[in-house]
Design a protein around this ligand. Sequence first.
Ligand SMILES: *[C@@H]1O[C@H](CO)[C@@H](O)[C@H](O)[C@H]1NC(C)=O
Ligand SMILES: *[C@@H]1O[C@H](CO)[C@@H](O)[C@H](O)[C@H]1NC(C)=O
Ligand SMILES: *[C@@H]1O[C@H](CO)[C@@H](O)[C@H](O)[C@H]1NC(C)=O
Ligand SMILES: *[C@@H]1O[C@H](CO)[C@@H](O)[C@H](O)[C@H]1NC(C)=O
Length: 523
Amino acid sequence: MFEVRSVLLLLLGVVASTQGANILGLFSSHSQSHLIIHMSVAKALAEAGHNVTVVSMLKPKLTHKDIHLIVIPMKDEQELIMESQMTEMANQKNSLVSTMNRLLTGMEVMINAQAELLSDPRFQRIYETKFDLMILGYFINDFQLGVAHKLKVPVIIDWMSAPAPIIDKFTGNPAEVSYVPLLGTVGTHPLSFFKRAENLAKFLFFEYILVVFDFKLNRIYNEVFPEKDQPTLKELRKNISIAFVGSRLIAEGPIRPLVPAIIEIGGIQVKDKPDPLPKDIDQFLNKSTQGAVFLSLGSNIKSSTVKPEIVQTIFKVLSGLKENVIWKWEDLENTPGNASNILYKNWLPQDDILAHPNTKLFITHAGKGGITEAQYHGVPMVALPIFGDQPGNAAVMEKSGYGVALDLLTITEDTLREALKEVLENKKYSQAIGKFSALYRDRPLTAKQSVVYWTEYVLRHHGAPHLQSPSVHMNFIELHNLDIYLVIATILVLFVLLTRLVAKFVWNKFRGKGKISESKKKQ
Ligand SMILES: *[C@@H]1O[C@H](CO)[C@@H](O)[C@H](O)[C@H]1NC(C)=O
Ligand SMILES: *[C@@H]1O[C@H](CO)[C@@H](O)[C@H](O)[C@H]1NC(C)=O
Ligand SMILES: *[C@@H]1O[C@H](CO)[C@@H](O)[C@H](O)[C@H]1NC(C)=O
Ligand SMILES: *[C@@H]1O[C@H](CO)[C@@H](O)[C@H](O)[C@H]1NC(C)=O
């Protein structure tokens, strides 16, 4: 009886410690595409009954009625700098060096803004609440780990894509530079000599950037958290419980080891089950027995700001298709033209439309979000990228065999018609992306379930320090046993030298003896 009672009490204790925990999400990265991923994590936790408070700089597009939002925007002049950099990048072809330069100045502004946020009175108020856990949306802002220390709570890092070298460092994960491609390295495995060299160069470049920023990050950290008993930033970086990463490498590749503290939640921003579609769209798709094409050029570029000639080209090709078309178009008073097979809508639930079984093709501007959703639902694509990361995304999409990429600014009726025909009629695209989709979705826990399970795991086990790889606490020399190699090499060298010395000695001795005996004979 007593045992049953204590077991019950224990269970209650466990439940009490994880149910309705107070969780702080610190998502101050100045990017909607980052924010949507962090907010999806927050939403999963709110839906699981936790009291989630989110601090961000941008007003999130995705939220949840139970999430307490604290939006602390950037200063106007900072906003202006960020914006002018974006437009500059959008309007010209950029060399790697100029992109890097802009990125670095942009990052300076972003880092400063993320630091200033911590001393804002609206932020300071969070210290009045007793929190149980903090989730840090990571983007060169690790000085914010000081907040978790001040709150005395465990930290989870949320990262938008596959584990980058810095995430590997936080968790003690092996970086495996010889076959894990870094940003923009595309190659067939096993990587050739030059591909590996390219990858290693990128790795070293990132290491260099981290060293450059490290100085700044430490300075900011010491300014914002001047308390005497405050641990160093270096110590706090070694006290991260787990990292959520936006990948599913079993489907995306390449296969690589991941320590248990890295939890993959790729596709967290995609709904597990589609919401019911608005009635008219549902009907339109249901009667699209020949299949439907979905065209959306994203939210950043209004379709109506694309040049009218290009819009007419697209209209002429789409109105001639036997498939139905849903076209995202803002200005419903002035549509590109009337056609019985085209439905214009100024607002569309993109994810739910891609989930409809009759949707056969997605014409996209190749934003990361849209591509992820299409991959999740197994819909092949024709990409019409414009700027920023879009051409790169489109190239990777095409290389993976999920569709065809064209340049929006130079399309003609012929090239567009050919591309649509190719992707709609050649089965290889839908097969390739269908296979990916099946692998991507086949998981023991959905992305949402993983978020909830592992967050509660960290709560249940008070930061789960047992999950940490010992390598987090080793320096480069220890981790790679360089000191031991050095000792072995020294011993070997000493041994060789000693042997030579002995050999010389013995040799001289014998020769000496020989000479002596010879000279004796002569006598
Ligand atoms: C939920 O979090 C807010 C802080 O955003 C706090 O004021 C409130 O007391 C919390 N609710 C509970 C039940 O702990
Ligand atoms: C469309 O088809 C689905 C599945 O067959 C059905 O559940 C839904 O009610 C249909 N919608 C309309 C508006 O007819
Ligand atoms: C399309 O049809 C609507 C009415 O159904 C009409 O008001 C509009 O002028 C037509 N547009 C064109 C370009 O023909
Ligand atoms: C390290 O994390 C644990 C929880 O995971 C926390 O209790 C502890 O205070 C943290 N240590 C420091 C130095 O912040």
